[in-house]
Design a protein around this ligand. Structure first.
Ligand code: SME
Length: 149
């Protein structure tokens, strides 16, 4: 229990650091999958609170990543039909899945107020961070539900 509390703080710190240090990052958060319910649940995040705390698989960019198991880089969110707007200021987005033991258990989601803000370097960085996060989840046997807001 204490361990998962610490871990929530660490994930929050990762989100805060990315949000403050990367000038194009304007919202950074984790979503975790509930495979039995086919839903994503908001975890630690940095930026404006969002009302999209639960997203069904298949809906929006996040929901599509839950089903496709691969990074989704969106240069212009207005050109996407299947998109959930968290803020009218958002212009581009990247969602990178989080794999634990080969299973897609969640994702990191970044919004930007700048169009075309993300490139391959961002995907690389976010994959590296997600690998560290996945290792921690595995070694500490974190119950992902304890990470939901
Ligand atoms: N834009 C996302 C929803 C999550 S908010 O950006 C925090 C989507 O289309 O899935």
């Amino acid at each position: 229990k204490d361990g998962s509390l610490d871990f929530v703080k660490q994930l929050h710190m990762i989100c805060d650091l990315l949000n403050s240090k990367k000038s194009n990052y304007d919202w950074v958060g984790y979503y975790f999958a509930d495979v039995s319910q086919q839903t994503l649940h908001l975890g630690p995040f940095a930026g404006e609170p969002t009302e999209h705390k639960i997203i069904p698989f298949g809906k929006g960019i996040c929901g599509q990543v839950a089903e496709r198991h691969e990074t989704f880089l969106v240069e212009d969110v207005n050109a996407q039909d299947n998109y959930i707007a968290c803020s009218i200021n958002v212009k581009s987005e990247i969602v990178v899945p989080l794999f634990v033991n080969g299973n897609n258990v969640g994702q990191i989601d970044i919004d930007s107020h700048t169009r075309n803000a993300f490139e391959a370097e961002d995907e690389k960085l976010l994959n590296q961070i997600n690998r560290l996060v996945a290792d921690k989840i595995l070694t500490d046997k974190v119950d992902l539900k304890t990470l939901w807001v």
